[in-house]
Structures are given as structure tokens and as C-alpha cells.
Design a protein around this ligand. Structure first.
Ligand SMILES: NC(=O)c1ccc[n+]([C@@H]2O[C@H](COP(=O)([O-])OP(=O)(O)OC[C@H]3O[C@@H](n4cnc5c(N)ncnc54)[C@H](O)[C@@H]3O)[C@@H](O)[C@H]2O)c1
Length: 334
């Protein structure tokens, strides 16, 4: 019998691409997604998609009682930092309480292996760059706290053998499937690369130009520096983490980033080179709580799991994103 995985949030940006890779590699996959932020079309028709919410314990018990899973990959969350500061309960409810529902159901149905989408946001303001896994954790917004709280729950659960987990702390997920058929389609887009490309395509509702938040940071060109990791490299890391757990690996935390930072202006220049178009830009003030530089140290996952990013070149990352956005100006709904 094959290895069977439940992918919660598998109709979203990252989860759908991981689902596709799992399916291509011969794993059996079931997706659970409430389709609030995800897209039915992002999941191949032959893959079972349960439309339901992890807040609903009946849905969870129906899913877990109907089949035996070897592992759960958990992508479902709200992930807008700014919104989390305005609606903290909404974030704690979905990201923490609902994750606890999921973990409780896993315990009931004796599913042990769990792969969690954590975030660089657990670290807060960096005290040193690159940020390694042992960097102090002081989140600076409810979103970051919600991820940090789940990590604590996982540590406590694993100490009493309720769960064995890998928590993957992604830096900025970026890019699209290289074949151009799957990519980022967020109604409320906040990520720089899609916003830059959509500004070129003239699609940012009402405000076509890209807003650059802050030009007076202590960085070489004054704009914020971030670490971009291609969504397929993230997906490969999930497969490695899965096999690590299935082989008996202990619960662990890993960063996932490229280890190279690019400024907002760098990304604009790369987008202009790739598209041959000028990015319409307006310059705004700094956003509260944006650290000037966030760059990952990802040596641990390379050393322990043998992860090798294939898209460590920012041009390739932006190129794949452009292929998706240019061919799907309305995302999945066209
Ligand atoms: N995109 C990034 O750069 C990034 C960086 C760090 C961490 N993460 C984390 O990775 C995960 C995936 O991110 P994404 O960009 O693919 O997000 P996304 O919004 O595209 O996908 C999340 C999916 O979860 C579903 N979902 C949300 N709440 C649910 C619920 N209660 N029940 C069932 N389904 C629910 C949504 O409908 C959506 O399909 C999130 O946990 C996010 O916090 C993302």
C-alpha cells in the first residue's frame, strides 16, 4: 500500500504545488481546504478534495475515520501580517485553535507525522544575519506569535509522543510552477514579486503602481532586503521532511531560504529585465514592524536532510512568476 498524505490547505499557493509534487512522486494525496483563499482549479481533478474547515471537528473526524493517513502536511492559515495586527483573534482562532483541532484529531486517529508551515516571522526583529534556527524568537505581530504558539504546542505534544513533526520556517515563498500553469493567486496580495509583476500588467485594483514602503533603511539602496525561496524548492523540502519522519527522524525545526538577500529595488530591476517593461512605482513611508533585512541561514536542512535548492537564482524565480502571471492575469478564475 502506498504512503497516504492529508494536505490541509492544499488548494492554496504553496499547498497546491506540494500536492502536485506528491502526486507526481506517487504518494496518495487527499486535500482538505475550505476554499476561502484557495482554488478548486489548483487541485488536479483526480485528487480527492474535501471542501471543509478544520474548525469543524465533524469534518476532521469524517476525514480521519474514512482512511488511514501516514502523515499530515498543514498549510492552512491566515498569513497577512498587517491584517493580523488589526484582527488578532481571527488569526489566533484559525492559526492556533484550528491547528489544535487538527492535532487533536490526529491524536485520536493515531496519525503521528506532521509537517507544519511555519515562518520567519517567529524570529521577529533579527539580531544577527543570517538568521539560524537558534536565533532568539520574539515575534512582532500576531501572525508571528500564532506560528510560534503552534511550534510550542508541537514541542509539548512531541514530548509526550502525541506527534512527531517537522516545522519548516519559510522565508519569502516566491515563483510559480515552471510550466506556467500554477502560481500565486491571492485576492489580497501583499507579496512583492506578484505585486511588481501585476503593476506591470496594470492589475492592482485601483492603484496600478507598485508602492515601495520605505527608502531610508540602513541597506545599500535604502529599501528592505528579503530572502526569496522558490515554491518548488519549498515543495522538495516537504518531501524530504516527510521521508525523514517516516524513517523515524526526531521532531525538528528547519529554516527554508536561499541565504541571499535582495532589496525591493533589486526585485524591480530584475522584473524590468525579464519583462522588458518599466515597473510603475510610487514611494511610500516605512511600514510599521518591517525589519530592514531578513536573510535565512538554511545550512541545517541542507546538512541534515540533503536539501538543495534548484532555484537559487532570483532571475529564474521571477521568470517563473512572470510566466504564470502573464498567462493568467485573472489567476485561476479564467
Ligand atoms: N507565502 C509565503 O511567503 C509564506 C511564508 C511563510 C509561511 N507561510 C505559511 O505557509 C502556509 C501556506 O501559505 P500560502 O501562501 O500557500 O497561503 P494560501 O492562503 O495561498 O493557502 C492557505 C490555504 O489554506 C486554506 N485554509 C485557511 N484556513 C482554513 C481552514 N480553517 N480550514 C480549511 N482550509 C483553510 C485556504 O483556503 C488556502 O487554500 C501558511 O500557513 C502560511 O502562513 C507562507
Amino acid at each position: 500500500m502506498g504512503v497516504k498524505i492529508l494536505v490541509v490547505g492544499g488548494a492554496g499557493y504553496i499547498g497546491s504545488i506540494v500536492t502536485r509534487l506528491l502526486d507526481e512522486k506517487g504518494y496518495e494525496v487527499v486535500v482538505l481546504d475550505n476554499l476561502l483563499l484557495g482554488h478548486r482549479k489548483a487541485v488536479k481533478a483526480s485528487i480527492p478534495l474535501v471542501e471543509g474547515d478544520m474548525a469543524d471537528t465533524r469534518v476532521l473526524s469524517d476525514v480521519f475515520s474514512a482512511q488511514r493517513f501516514d502523515a499530515v502536511m498543514h498549510f492552512a492559515a491566515f498569513a497577512l501580517v498587517g491584517e493580523s495586527t488589526k484582527a488578532p483573534y481571527k488569526y489566533y482562532h484559525n492559526n492556533v485553535s484550528n491547528t489544535l483541532n487538527l492535532l487533536q484529531s490526529m491524536k485520536t486517529w493515531q496519525v503521528k507525522h506532521f509537517i507544519f508551515s511555519s515562518s520567519a516571522a517567529v524570529y521577529g526583529k533579527p539580531q544577527r544575519i543570517p538568521i539560524e534556527e537558534d536565533h532568539p524568537q520574539k515575534p512582532i505581530n500576531p501572525y508571528g506569535w500564532s506560528k510560534s504558539m503552534v511550534e510550542q504546542i508541537l514541542k509539548d505534544g512531541s514530548a509526550v509522543d502525541h506527534v512527531r513533526f517537522v516545522s519548516l520556517r519559510y522565508f519569502n515563498a516566491a515563483g510559480a510552477h515552471p510550466d506556467g500553469t500554477m502560481g500565486e493567486d491571492h485576492a489580497d496580495e501583499t507579496h512583492l514579486i506578484p505585486l511588481t509583476l501585476k503593476a506591470i500588467l496594470g492589475q492592482n485594483a485601483g492603484t496600478t503602481p507598485l508602492t515601495v514602503f520605505g527608502t531610508d533603511y540602513d541597506t545599500p539602496d535604502g529599501t528592505c532586503i528579503r530572502d526569496y525561496i522558490h515554491v518548488l524548492d519549498l515543495a522538495e523540502a516537504h518531501i524530504l521532511a516527510l521521508n525523514y519522519l517516516l524513517d523515524g527522524g526526531e521532531s525538528n525545526f528547519f529554516n527554508l531560504g536561499n541565504g541571499t538577500g535582495f532589496s525591493v529595488n533589486d526585485i524591480i530591476r530584475v522584473a524590468e529585465r525579464i519583462t522588458g517593461e518599466k515597473v510603475p512605482v510610487v514611494y511610500g513611508d516605512r511600514r510599521l514592524g518591517d525589519p530592514p533585512v531578513l536573510v535565512a541561514g538554511s545550512r541545517k536542512i541542507k546538512d541534515m536532510l540533503g536539501w538543495k535548492p534548484k532555484f537559487d537564482d532570483i532571475e529564474r524565480i521571477v521568470e517563473t512568476a512572470w510566466k504564470w502571471h502573464a498567462s493568467h492575469p485573472m489567476g485561476y478564475e479564467q
